[in-house]
Design a protein around this ligand. Structure first.
Ligand code: NAP
Length: 514
């Protein structure tokens, strides 16, 4: 069986001790073994800081952008191989796998363009300079410089390629070296992507390292110039945030965690209309793509009470057509969950949800045979969705709740707010008054709001994270913010306010006097 090494301190290196076995979640066939025991994590972080940091900081934004372009090209050249691995080790259908791998390539390309636009500078000038005294001579200017530490990226199991690429793109462009830790159960895609980048010698020595296997004490080794970007469960995120070094050294932490995303159907949308079909399509796609293991997937479906039965029947009809099975088979539309622990967690969550609501489609009953399969599940609630479980726990699988509401935007917003923070919610309506109330009402509880419309060509729906817009949400969602084009660089840079003589500052920064 293939042992997966880590790439640390500029070389491939194996851990020692009892390995963890990675399996195909559809067949439970063992695929690879991994252990990070015994690896010198402190030395690996030191290598990234001392070698990768200076090498990246010596480059301009455009040059760092060019590196991202090469990364995208290298991954593109091995796309089919990575898709096959995502099917085998991630339980992805081919379409799910493309979502991950193509998302990685697109994000790297987008950030390569951001770098090209930022040009030959190595320092970001942040906003206009300001006059501070009576005369223009006393001047202030904010600038951002790369931090002198290492960016540690801890990723969830669901997007091994995109997760690696989207975080690395911002950090490398900002001028910070990266040590990435993919989730262990689906690490084969990220591991192979790293092999490809190393084989092609795309990046300077020390700029990108990958730890495969348990994180051990990695987060506890970070200091004041380092940053930590984490994607995963809220519980793990909270544990990381509470580490003494994270508090004492003010280590910058970004957390992308759980989310109870909502989809709102407006009172003006009639069943059978184009808007209604767009809404149904988005909910069905989000529930079943990647077997619902998307942090942005729709979990709560809010519909005006009088249309709830129609929506329920139409969603149930759509879910019935989803063929669940081994993603290696062409006819399969939804694969298994990523691992046994996720299956147990989803079953437990559906049990709680069903105790308060009524199963409208599917159940968490075991599916005979090998693999971590579960049916899509829609649970219907009769009255205004007070049920605690709906708003208290993210079920990371193909599961959604159908919640009736009055049809008023302010009532819908109040229900969305009970989820205590979402990455994204979607609204389907053309009623101006409803949109005003609903969109502005849910805005403080969301990182992104998707306004669904049938005229948007090739709409990706709310579940797709685009690199041009920020990704993250308040409260339960972790309070983080990633991506968003050049905005994302701020996390990896120190903003410093320069104040002094205007000509001196302008000369220092290479700014032409006005
Ligand atoms: P997880 O158990 O929190 O693991 C996430 C990552 O953290 C993995 O790489 C894991 O490594 C690592 N990890 C675990 N314990 C750690 C610790 N004490 N210190 C540092 N790192 C640690 O979550 P998961 O099972 O991968 O994902 C499940 C949950 O993540 C879902 O239920 C969902 O709520 C959430 N999620 C959120 C997003 C988002 O963008 N907001 C995306 C995907 C998933 P190992 O794999 O080696 O244990």
């Amino acid at each position: 069986m293939k042992p997966l090494s880590s790439y640390l301190s500029g070389r491939w290196i194996d851990g020692s001790g009892a390995p963890q076995t990675l399996v195909n979640p559809a067949t439970e066939e063992p695929l690879a073994q991994v252990t990070s025991d015994g690896l010198d994590l402190a030395a690996a972080l030191g290598y990234a800081r001392d070698k990768g940091g200076p090498a990246l900081r010596a480059l301009s934004f455009a040059e760092r952008g060019a590196l991202l372009k090469e990364m995208a090209k290298a991954i593109q050249a091995h796309r089919d191989e990575l898709l096959d691995l995502a099917v085998a080790n991630g339980g992805n259908t081919r379409s799910d796998a493309k979502f991950d791998v193509d998302g990685a390539i697109f994000t790297l390309q987008t950030f390569a363009e951001v770098g090209e636009k930022l040009g030959t500078a190595k320092t970001l000038i942040d906003g206009e300079g300001v006059q501070l005294g009576r005369s223009p001579r006393f001047h202030g200017q904010h600038v951002c410089v790369p931090r002198h530490g290492v960016a540690v990226h801890i990723n969830a199991f669901n997007f091994p390629a995109w997760g690696l690429a989207e975080k690395a793109a911002s950090a490398l462009l900002a001028g910070m070296p990266v040590l990435a830790k993919p989730a262990t159960s689906s690490a084969m895609v990220a591991h192979r992507a790293m092999e490809i980048l190393v084989e092609k010698k795309v990046l300077p020595d020390g700029a990108l390292s990958v730890l495969v296997g348990a994180p051990r004490h990695l987060a506890a080794l970070l200091g004041s110039q380092d940053v930590l970007a984490f994607t995963g469960s809220g519980d793990t995120g909270a544990r990381i945030r509470a580490l003494p070094n994270i508090i004492q050294e003010s280590v910058r932490v970004n957390i992308e965690a759980d989310s109870l995303n909502a989809a709102l159907l407006g009172p003006d949308v009639e069943p059978g209309s184009d808007m209604y079909e767009t809404f149904l399509k988005d909910v069905l796609r989000d529930m079943t793509q990647k077997a619902g293991q998307k942090c942005t997937a729709i979990r709560r479906v809010l519909v005006p009470g009088e249309k709830a039965a129609t929506v329920r029947d139409d969603l149930a009809e759509g879910l019935k057509a989803v063929r669940v099975g081994n993603p290696a088979l062409e006819e399969t539309r939804m694969g298994p969950l990523a691992n046994g622990a996720q299956l147990a967690d989803v079953r437990e969550g559906v049990g709680r949800l069903s105790a308060e609501g009524k199963a409208a489609f599917g159940s968490a009953a075991p599916i005979a045979g090998k693999g971590f399969f579960v049916s899509p599940v829609l649970v219907e609630f009769a009255k205004d969705a007070l049920a605690a479980s709906v708003h208290a726990r993210e079920i990371f699988g193909p599961v959604a709740s159908l919640l009736p509401y009055s049809g008023r935007g302010s009532d819908a917003a109040e229900i969305v707010a009970r989820g205590n923070g979402c990455l994204v919610s979607s609204v389907y309506s053309e009623d101006a008054e409803f949109l005003q109330e609903a969109v502005l009402g849910i805005a403080p509880y969301n990182g992104r709001i998707f306004l669904g419309h049938p005229k948007i060509e090739m709409s990706p729906g709310p579940g797709t994270v685009l690199p041009q817009l920020t990704h993250g949400g308040p409260g339960r969602a972790g309070g983080g913010e990633e991506l968003g084009g050049a905005r994302s660089l701020a996390f990896y840079m120190q903003r410093v306010a320069l104040e002094g003589s205007r000509p001196v500052i302008q000369k220092l920064l290479g700014v032409q006097p006005a």
